[in-house]
Design a protein around this ligand. Structure first.
Ligand SMILES: [Zn+2]
Ligand SMILES: [Zn+2]
Length: 361
């Protein structure tokens, strides 16, 4: 239809102009001859009315185009130019968050350095005072005494000698005791790239986390059946051996990848849960009966390190040498010598979270 060349007159009757529309033939334009020939008896309509209708229809379309369609497209185009998907804003947000983290690190460094500087100052003043007191004791007490002794020895009378000897016997030595100087050391924490990444944040594309990677399907390296029941299995540092324990058993077992028992430690108490220290490779375990936390030394001896206030269900030794104990009533962090520590905000607790009921890590 679009390709058709519009005809100025009736295509069937050369030279005849249109006079009306045929209502019976979908408003076809027809001439005087058509009315009596092919459209004879059909219902006719006024050409002027029909054209007016068509014009009104076109006008409506014009209105729709100019008032709705075109402004909307123009708006869409503008949006493409201005928004750009918000990448610049995202980049700025990432940088701002990173800067905040760096500032916080700088502040933390400054705080520690300041603390050390002040401790050093304090220590310096203590050592200055110590030096003064010791020097005073040397100059005003010890050295004059030495002089007097030597003088009496070389040229003193009998009375001088006996008097001095008696004096020395009766003198109780009371040298000034220097005040102790504090020692300092720095124990660096574990730098966790994972934690830093979590602190920085994530980029969501269409609401989806792009850093999400599906957990790879586990590959079975070895399968074996043990001759004893076990509930806990902890891999050794080397990765080719594991320690096994059972909540109702008094022994823990070191097995190789084929399941052969390489070592059996008789603990003489029921071992509730075990953990292998990532730094020392030694096994720690907790005991419900006496609420103790024990360590198996390299020689195979069992040493109680400390006791906890609640019944311990499970434990985990972290890479920064902390003991996480899952107990009735909660999870508590301890130093290896049994001092309770508060976890503090932002600690990567989920890596070491232990639940007393499931022994899970
Ligand atoms: Zn005609
Ligand atoms: Zn007709």
């Amino acid at each position: 239809m679009a390709a058709q060349t519009p005809v100025s007159g009736c295509p069937r009757h050369k030279g005849m102009g249109f006079v009306c529309v045929c209502k019976s033939c979908e408003d076809e334009l027809i001439c005087m001859d058509c009315v009596t020939e092919s459209h004879n008896g059909h219902k006719m309509g006024k050409l002027t009315d029909y054209v007016a209708d068509q014009k009104r229809e076109i006008q409506q379309y014009v209105d729709k185009l100019s008032k709705t369609d075109i402004p909307k497209i123009k708006e869409d185009i503008r949006e493409q130019e201005t928004s750009g998907g918000g990448y610049q804003k995202v980049i700025n947000d990432i940088k701002r968050q990173g800067k905040q983290m760096k500032d916080n690190i700088d502040n933390a460094i400054e705080l520690l350095v300041k603390m050390c500087t002040e401790l050093e100052k304090l220590n310096k003043s203590v050592s200055e005072k110590n030096k003064t007191a010791l020097t005073k004791h040397l100059r005003e007490d010890l050295e004059p005494k030495l002089d007097r002794c030597q003088q009496v020895l070389t040229s003193g009378t009998t009375v001088d000698v006996t008097t001095l000897a008696r004096e020395i016997r009766n003198t109780s030595f009371d040298p000034p005791s220097p005040r102790r100087l504090q020692t300092v050391e720095f124990k660096p924490g574990t730098i966790s790239t994972e934690l830093l990444e979590r602190m920085l944040g994530k980029v969501l594309v269409d609401g989806e986390d792009q850093s999400y990677k599906p957990i790879p399907t586990p590959v079975v390296l070895s399968e074996f059946t043990t001759s004893f029941p076990y509930t806990i299995c902890r891999t050794c540092l080397t990765g080719d051996e594991a320690w096994l324990s059972y909540w109702d058993d008094e022994s823990v077992y070191r097995v190789d990848i084929k399941g052969s028992v390489k070592e059996t430690i008789k603990c003489k108490v029921k071992v509730s849960s075990i953990s292998v220290s990532p730094t020392t490779g030694r096994v720690w375990f907790c005991v419900q009966d006496d609420r103790s936390i024990r360590e198996i030394t390299t020689g195979g001896d069992v040493v109680t390190r400390f006791n906890v206030n609640n019944t311990p269900g499970s434990l985990c030794i972290t890479s920064d040498d902390m003991v996480v104990v899952g107990m009735d009533g909660g999870i508590q962090l301890y130093t290896t010598d049994g001092r309770a520590v508060s976890a503090g905000a932002g600690r990567p607790c989920r890596q070491v979270a232990v639940s007393p009921s499931s022994h899970g890590v």
